[in-house]
Design a protein around this ligand. Structure first.
Ligand code: 5RP
Length: 238
C-alpha cells in the first residue's frame, strides 16, 4: 500500500512527464499551490531549462520555484499559457473542482483562466460523485464578512471564517486572527453544501457583493485529470 504522500509524488512525476511531452520548449508554465503542486515543482526542477519561465499562483509556490532557480514571471507580462498544473480538494466526474484549501483560490483561478489546458493532479481520495463534502472556500473583502455570511447561509451552508494557522509577519497575522490571503482577503469556508450544479452555484456566489472568488472551478474546470491510486496513475480527459 502507498501512503498519501507517495500517491501525490507518483502523480507529480506523471505530471512532469505530461508537461515535458506535450509542451514545446521555451513556453511558460502555470504552476499551482499545495502539497501536490509542491511535489510537481520539485519534479520539474531538474528540467527548468525547458521553460522560458513560470507563472505562480501563490507566494509560497513562488518562493519554492525561485529556490529551484525558475524564472517567475508577472502574469501581466505573459502573452499565453499553454498549461496550468495544480491540485484540487475535490473533483467530480465532469472535471469540476473545489479548490482553495490552501487559500490560493483567487490567483489559481486567474491563472487557470489564462491557460489553454488545466491539468489537475491529485490522488484518488479527491474524486467524488458530487462536490461539497470539502467545505467550499470563498475569498472575500474583509468588511463584507457579515453580509456574505448571511447570503451563503441562505444557500444552506454552515459558514466559518478561516483562522490563521501560523504567524505570518509579512501579512501581520497570528493564529488568533483571521487567515489573510496573499491578496489581503479573508476566507469563509462553507460546509454542508451538496453541489449538484457547480456552474450555476459558481455564478450565483460570484454575484454576492464582497466576494472576490469562490473556490468552485466549474467555468475553469480541469481539461485533464492525472489521478493516482494503488494501481498507478490514470489519465482522464474532460
Ligand atoms: C490551494 C489548492 C490546492 O490545490 C488544494 O488545496 C489541494 O492541496 P493539496 O495538494 O495539498 O492536497 O487549491 O489553494
Amino acid at each position: 500500500m502507498y501512503t498519501q504522500d507517495q500517491l501525490k509524488a507518483m502523480v507529480a512525476e506523471a505530471a512532469k512527464d505530461e508537461v515535458l511531452k506535450n509542451m514545446a520548449p521555451g513556453g511558460i508554465l502555470g504552476v499551482g499551490t499545495g502539497s501536490t503542486a509542491n511535489l510537481f515543482i520539485d519534479a520539474i526542477a531538474p528540467h527548468r531549462a525547458h521553460f522560458a519561465g513560470v507563472v505562480s499562483s501563490s507566494q509560497a509556490s513562488t518562493e519554492r520555484l525561485q529556490k529551484h532557480g525558475f524564472k517567475v514571471l508577472d502574469s501581466n507580462s505573459v502573452p499565453s499559457l499553454p498549461m496550468y498544473v495544480d491540485g484540487a480538494d475535490e473533483i467530480d466526474p465532469a472535471g469540476h473542482m473545489i479548490k482553495g484549501g490552501g487559500g490560493a483560490l483567487t490567483r489559481e483561478k486567474i491563472i487557470a483562466s489564462m491557460a489553454k489546458q488545466f491539468i489537475c493532479i491529485c490522488d484518488s481520495s479527491k474524486q467524488v460523485s458530487v462536490l461539497g463534502n470539502f467545505a467550499l472556500p470563498v475569498e472575500i473583502i474583509p468588511l463584507s464578512r457579515g453580509i456574505v455570511t448571511q447570503e451563503l447561509t441562505k444557500l444552506g451552508g454552515t459558514v466559518t471564517l478561516r483562522m490563521a494557522k501560523e504567524t505570518r509577519s509579512d501579512l501581520g497575522q497570528t493564529p488568533s486572527q483571521p487567515y489573510v490571503t496573499d491578496n489581503g482577503g479573508w476566507i469563509l469556508d462553507v460546509a454542508g453544501l451538496k453541489i449538484s450544479n457547480p456552474l450555476a452555484l459558481e455564478s450565483q456566489i460570484n454575484q454576492i457583493a464582497g466576494v472576490i472568488t469562490v473556490g468552485l472551478f466549474a467555468k475553469e474546470k480541469a481539461n485533464i485529470l492525472l489521478v493516482s491510486n494503488a494501481s498507478g496513475v490514470s489519465r482522464i480527459t474532460f
